[in-house]
Design a protein around this ligand. Structure first.
Ligand code: NAD
Ligand code: TYD
Length: 347
C-alpha cells in the first residue's frame, strides 16, 4: 500500500514506519519534528526507497493537500499528536492545536481527495478512570480527565463524524500504554529506565498504586497493520496488552532489571486529575482480525532496558535543553508549578 503516515518520527509512528517499510509498503512520512520527533528514530529506513520524509505541520492545510494530490496514498495513518499528559497540564494549547485542529485539517483534505482509508490512532485514556473489575469496550462512555485525553476524545469524535456525515472510511483505534525502544524519556517506562541507569531518583506520583495496561509498541503496530487490511469502516477498535500493573510494580521491576536498589524510588506530589485505573477489552479486535499481543511484559521490559543501555547516545541527544527545562518544571519545581496552576487560593 501507499501510506501517508503522520507523526512518523515519534515513538510509535517510527516503529510503524520501520515495520511497514520492512513489509514493502511505500511510506510518505509527514512530521513537524517537535521536541518528540527525532530523525534518529528513522535511521534504519533512511536509505530505503520505500520511505520519504517531509518536515511539516498537519495543521498546514495547503501542505497536506499538496502531499495528498502528489502522492495519492491508499490510506492515511494518523499518529501525529502532542502525547504527554503532564505537558498538557502545564501547557494545553498545542494539544488543542495539533490533536483537534490538526486532525480536522487531515480529515478535510482526506474528504476532498476521497481517500479510501483514514486510520486515526487514539488512546484508552478517552474512557477515563474505571473501577475494577470494569473494562472499557468500544461502546463505553468517554470520560477524559486531562487536556491530552480530552483533545484525543474530541479528535476521535470528529473522525467518526466524517464517517457518519460524509462516508469517509474512518477507523479509530484506542490503545493502552505503549512501551519499547525509542520512547521519549518523559513517559513512565523510559523515564524510569533512563533515571535508573543514571542512578537518579525515580519520581512516583502519589502512592504509585495507579493501574495501567502495558502494550509493547511492536504489538500495537502489528494490530494497526492488521486493521488497515481487515478493519471495518466507521468502527472503533481497542488495542490492549492484557497486562495490568500498578505503577510501583513497574518501577520496582525496572530497578531490579537495571541492577539498582529500591531506595531510588521517590514519592512526589500527585498529578492533578490523575486517573486511577485504565482497563481495556480488545475482544472485538481478536474476533475480527485474530490479533493478540505476543510480547509479555517481562520480555518486553528486558528488550527495552537492553535498548536504552545500548543507545546511550540517543538518550544523551534527547536529554537536550528543552527536556531539561521540562524536567525542571514538572519535577524540580513541582510544588510551585502545580500550586500556580491551581490558581490563587480562596480566603
Ligand atoms: P510522540 O510524542 O512520541 O510522537 C508524536 C510525533 O508527532 C512526533 O514525531 C512529533 O514531532 C509529531 N507531531 C507533533 N505535532 C505535530 C504536528 N502539528 N504536525 C506534524 N507532526 C507533529 O507520540 P507517541 O507516543 O508515538 O504517540 C503517537 C500516537 O499514538 C498519538 O496520537 C498518541 O495519542 C497515540 N497513543 C500513544 C500511546 C502511548 O502510550 N504513547 C498510547 C495510545 C495511543
Ligand atoms: P504516563 O507514562 O505519563 O502515561 P499516562 O499518563 O498516559 O498513563 O504515566 C503512566 C503512569 O505513571 C501514570 O499513572 C502516571 C505515572 N507516572 C509517575 O508516577 N511518575 C512519572 O514521572 C510519570 C511520567 C508518570
Amino acid at each position: 500500500m501507499k501510506l501517508l503516515v503522520t507523526g512518523g518520527a515519534g515513538f510509535i509512528g517510527s516503529e510503524f514506519v520501520r515495520l511497514a517499510v520492512g513489509e514493502g509498503h511505500q511510506v510518505l512520512n509527514l512530521d513537524k519534528l517537535t521536541y518528540a520527533g527525532n530523525l534518529e528514530n528513522l535511521e534504519p529506513v533512511r536509505d530505503q526507497p520505500g520511505h520519504r520524509f517531509v518536515r511539516g505541520d498537519i495543521c498546514d492545510a495547503a501542505l497536506v493537500d499538496a502531499l495528498l494530490t502528489e502522492s495519492r496514498p491508499d490510506a492515511i495513518v494518523h499518529f501525529a499528536a502532542e502525547s504527554h499528559v503532564d505537558r498538557s497540564i502545564l501547557s494545553p494549547q498545542p494539544f488543542v492545536d495539533t490533536n483537534v485542529k490538526g486532525t480536522f485539517t487531515l480529515l478535510e483534505a482526506a474528504r476532498a481527495r476521497r481517500l479510501d482509508r483514514f486510520l486515526h490512532v487514539s488512546t484508552d485514556e478517552v474512557y477515563g478512570s474505571l473501577e475494577p473489575p470494569i473494562e472499557a469496550d468500544e461502546d463505553s462512555p468517554l470520560r477524559p480527565s486531562s487536556p491530552y485525553a480530552a483533545s484525543k476524545a474530541g479528535a476521535d469524535l470528529l473522525a467518526l463524524s466524517y464517517f457518519a456525515t460524509y462516508r469517509l472510511p474512518v477507523l479509530v483505534t484506542r490503545a493502552s500504554n505503549n512501551y519499547g525502544p525509542y520512547q521519549f524519556p518523559e513517559k513512565l517506562v523510559p523515564l524510569m529506565i533512563t533515571n535508573a541507569l543514571a542512578g537518579r531518583p525515580l519520581p512516583v506520583y502519589g502512592d504509585g498504586r495507579q493501574v495501567r495496561d502495558w502494550l509493547y509498541v511492536e504489538d500495537h503496530c502489528q494490530a494497526l497493520l492488521a486493521l488497515l487490511e481487515k478493519g471495518r469502516d466507521g468502527e472503533i477498535y481497542n488495542i490492549g496488552g492484557n497486562c495490568a500493573l500498578e505503577n510501583l510494580e513497574v518501577v520496582r521491576r525496572i530497578l531490579a532489571s537495571a541492577g539498582r536498589g529500591q531506595e531510588l524510588i521517590e514519592h512526589v506530589t500527585d498529578r492533578p486529575g490523575h486517573d486511577r485505573r485504565y482497563a481495556l477489552s480488545s475482544a472485538k479486535l481478536l474476533r475480527e482480525t485474530g490479533w493478540e499481543p505476543r510480547v509479555g511484559f517481562e520480555a518486553g521490559l528486558e528488550r527495552t532496558i537492553a535498548w536504552y543501555r545500548a543507545n546511550r547516545g540517543w538518550v544523551e541527544h534527547v536529554r537536550s535543553g528543552e527536556y531539561l527545562g521540562y524536567y525542571e518544571r514538572n519535577y524540580s519545581c513541582r510544588e510551585v508549578e502545580l500550586a500556580r496552576l491551581a490558581g490563587p487560593s480562596t480566603p
